[in-house]
Structure formats: C-alpha cells, structure tokens
Design a protein around this ligand. Structure first.
Ligand code: SIN
Ligand code: MN
Length: 328
C-alpha cells in the first residue's frame, strides 16, 4: 500500500532506528485527553465482561485480570477506532511496506501488587510457529496508559535482538522443567497468556544477546508508545508496587504475511480476519465522544484494581487443536 504523504508519521531517522534496534519510543503520541478516554474504555471492558468470558485472562490463582484480548472486535467501540488511527495503522503500513491487519490486540493490566511476570520471549516464536505467519514482518505498538517504570514492571528489551535467528532461541520451556508436562501445555492456552510461557528464551541465549547488545528499560509516561519488532527479546517483571501498569498492545501484520492456513490458537490470540485496516484519514485522534459516559464505568474506576467475578468452573479453555477426553 502507498501511504498518503500527509499521513506518514515517522521521520527517516526513526525508521532507521527501528530497523536496527527493533524498538522505538514515540513520546506524547497520545494526548492526556485521549488516554483518559482509553482508560475509561479499559475499565468498561472489565465492567462489561461476563465472568467466564475467555478473552479475559486472570493472574494465576486470583480473580485479578491479567489481560483482556480482542477488544477491537469484541469490546468497547473506541478500540476499533483506535486501531484505524493513522498514528498507529499508517505507521505500521509504512514500516511493513504493505496494507496491515490486526493480528492481536490485548490490554495488559499488570495491576498494582498483583501483576505477574512475562518471561523472556520473542513474539515471533508464537506467531510463526503457532499462528503460521510466514515471516516476522509484523510490528507491535505498546500504548502506555499509566506511568511505566522500574517500580511497576516496565518491559525490558534487548535492542538489536530482532536480527538473531529464531531457531537458536526457541525453547519449549515446559520441557526444561523436570517433570514438566509438555502435553498438558499443548492443550491449554495458559502457555500463551500466563506467567509460564510455552516458548521462552534460554538463559544461555539471553546472556549472549545481552552481552552483545545490552538492555533497554521501556520506561514511559501515559500517552507514550513503544514500537517493538516481534523478534525482539523482551520480558517484564512482576508489579510489586501499588501502581497499576496498564498497556494496550496492538500487533499489526502485513497482509502479504498472513498465514496461508489456520494455526492452532484461538481467534482472540491469532486473528483469522485478514481484512486490511482502513486507515482513517479524517480522524487522527481519539475524541471524548468516542465513549459514552457510563455510570458503571465511573463507579468502577473508583475501585481501582482490575477485578472480575470468579469464572464459572467448567474445565480448561482449549486451543481447539487438541481436545481432552472431557471435551470430546
Ligand atoms: C508481552 O510480551 O506480550 C507483554 C509484555 C508486557 O506487558 O510487559
Ligand atoms: Mn510479547
């Protein structure tokens, strides 16, 4: 796709930096007013979800919400508007040199005191191996709703690690644990969404990469955005502070890089709708009118932490690839 010049968003120097480092910080990319609207919409996601909605994942052993997936199709309408804004979609198209579609959308809540770790990994391990993307020609936008720093679980990146071949870093993490049950994690989405991921980067590979490239802490203010190439080594520690660390992550894929056949993961982790995003030319920003004043949202915002009622106990969520006896 040819991105109209008037909505090109990055300078050549920024593109070059992204190409070499695989990460790029865009400060003040969203205004305080826009972040206020998006924050209310995030709270609306929690208010609106039923207790057993599979798109809301909880921190292990708690009712605290860890992530909400696919809100751009199944949630507050403002998130659909968000993914079409030129300051995300046109940049993605510019970087990927193609039309783009949303491969994955998630809100990572990393609630104060409760938010768990994201172990060291590359997104492309999942996207190419599980979701069957032919290449890693995709890009993530981390949109910060809160101040994100060393206290509340800022992500860490290894700059330049996008160039490290994927095959040297792919580790079936469960198999590394004596007695770990690889079969169990095959049949369960937890290896994609929880604190114990299916593919992690080994300590040996991480040490080599960090010795060569160093580490960057992804600090930021509300409204800042980090771009991250999906082969970048990244992780984030638990949030032991009282401060929530809410980040919306929009992952775009090039239309020409869409999987040729369907992988094993559920729709909310790996979209099967490859319709190109129509980059909005009229609308450049989120507006206060993008969300209705909802009494429930206002009330719930007072309560702080991202809580949902307990899920209905009806067995383990399935990837749809391998069914257990009970599911058949
Ligand atoms: C991710 O790697 O997908 C999440 C990282 C984070 O929220 O810190
Ligand atoms: Mn990731």
């Amino acid at each position: 796709m040819v991105v109209p010049t008037k909505i090109k968003q990055l300078h050549a120097k920024q593109v070059a930096q992204y190409e070499s480092d695989g990460i790029l910080l865009l400060q003040h990319h969203f205004s305080a007013d826009e972040i206020h609207v998006l924050s209310r919409a995030v709270q609306g996601e929690l208010v609106g979800k039923s207790a057993d909605d599979e798109t809301a994942v909880r921190e292990s052993g708690t009712h605290v919400v860890r992530s909400v997936y696919a809100s751009h199709v199944a949630g507050q309408p403002v998130f659909k508007t968000l993914v079409a804004l030129p300051k995300l979609a046109a940049i993605a198209a510019e970087i990927l040199k193609d039309d783009v579609y949303v491969h994955q959308f998630k809100i990572n809540m990393k609630a104060g005191y409760e938010g768990g770790v994201w172990p060291w990994h590359q997104d492309s391990a999942y996207w190419c191996t599980e979701d069957l993307m032919p290449t890693d020609n995709a890009v993530n936008f981390f949109i910060y709703l809160d101040t994100v720093d060393e206290f509340n679980g800022a992500p860490m990146f290894v700059p330049g690690s996008r160039a490290i071949p994927l095959k040297t870093t792919l580790v079936e993490s469960k198999q590394r644990v004596p007695g770990g049950d690889a079969q169990e994690i095959e049949e369960d989405v937890s290896g994609f969404v929880a604190t114990n991921l299916k593919y992690e980067i080994s300590k040996a590979d991480l040490s080599v990469a960090v010795a060569q490239h160093g580490l960057v802490l992804g600090r930021g203010k509300p409204g800042d955005v980090w771009l991250m190439h999906p082969s970048t080594y990244h992780a984030s520690p638990a949030n032991m502070s009282p401060f929530d660390r809410r980040v919306i992550i929009v992952s775009y894929n090039a239309v020409s890089n869409a999987p040729p056949s369907q992988g094993c993961r559920p729709w909310y982790l790996s979209s099967t709708d490859f319709t190109p995003v129509r980059v909005s030319t009229e609308r450049t920003d989120i507006l206060p009118t993008d969300i209705e004043p909802v009494a429930d949202i206002e009330a719930d915002m007072q309560s702080g932490t991202a809580l949902l009622p307990p899920p209905v106990a009806n067995g383990t969520a399935s990837t749809g690839c391998a069914q257990t006896e009970e599911e058949r």
